[in-house]
Design a protein around this ligand. Structure first.
Ligand code: GAR
Length: 191
C-alpha cells in the first residue's frame, strides 16, 4: 500500500479527485496527507471533508529539511503528488524521494512550461499562440521547473473558438479522467 502525500496551493479539484479515487476502491494506494502553503486555499476544506489530514506550512518551512522531513516521516509518506503546487520542490526532497515525486502540468511540455506558467496563465498563452491542441503532462519532478522525465501526456483538440476559460475546462476534464489512474499505474501496481 503506497502512502501518498499531495502538495497543493489552490482550489484542490485534482487533490479531491485523487483522494476519492483511492478511497473508492482498493487500488494499492492511500492519500494520507495534504501539504498546503496557502492558509486560504480551497484544498484545505476539500481534504478535511474527506478526512485527510492537512499540514499548512510556509514556503520557508517546506524548504527546511529539519521541519519538512519529520512531517513526511510521521505520516509514513512513500510518494508525493504535486497537484497545483506553486513552489519549487527543494533538492533534499528530490534526493530523498528520487522518482517518487510527480507533477501535473496543464500543457504539452516542453511547450508552455517554466517559471510563471501555471493555471490560467498557461491557457492564455496557448490561446494567444493559436495552438490547435493542448493537453496534460504528468512527469517526475527534477530540480528544473517542469523538466523531469515525462510519464504520460494526453492531448485534446482546440478550435479557433476556444478561450482560456474553455481550454481550462477541457484540461480539467482530462485531469479528472487521467491523473489518478496515472498515479496508480506509476506507483501502486508495482507492488
Ligand atoms: C491544474 O490545472 C494543474 O494542472 C495546474 O494547476 C491547476 C490546479 O487546479 N498546475 C500547474 O499549473 C503547475 N504548473 P486544482 O487546484 O483545482 O487542482
Amino acid at each position: 500500500m503506497k502512502r501518498i502525500a499531495i502538495f497543493a496551493s489552490g482550489n484542490g479539484s485534482n487533490a479531491e479527485n485523487i483522494i476519492r479515487h483511492f478511497q473508492d476502491a482498493p487500488r494499492g494506494g492511500e492519500v494520507v496527507l495534504v501539504v498546503c502553503n496557502k492558509p486560504e486555499a480551497g484544498v484545505i476544506g476539500r481534504a478535511s471533508r474527506l478526512n485527510v489530514p492537512v499540514e499548512v506550512l510556509t514556503g520557508a518551512e517546506i524548504r527546511d529539511p529539519e521541519r519538512m522531513l519529520p512531517v513526511l516521516e510521521r505520516y509514513g509518506v512513500d510518494v508525493i503528488v504535486l497537484a497545483g503546487f506553486l513552489l519549487m520542490i527543494p533538492s533534499f526532497l528530490i534526493e530523498r524521494y528520487h522518482e517518487r515525486i510527480v507533477n501535473i502540468h496543464p500543457s504539452l511540455l516542453p511547450k508552455f512550461g517554466g517559471k510563471g506558467m501555471y493555471g490560467r496563465h498557461v491557457h492564455e498563452a496557448v490561446v494567444a499562440a493559436g495552438e490547435t491542441e493542448s493537453g496534460i503532462t504528468v512527469h517526475f519532478v527534477s530540480d528544473k521547473c517542469d523538466e523531469g522525465r515525462v510519464i504520460s501526456q494526453i492531448s485534446v483538440a482546440l478550435t479557433p473558438e476556444d478561450t482560456p476559460e474553455s481550454v481550462e475546462e477541457k484540461i480539467h476534464a482530462l485531469e479528472r479522467l487521467h491523473f489518478p489512474r496515472i498515479i496508480e499505474e506509476t506507483f501502486c501496481r508495482k507492488c
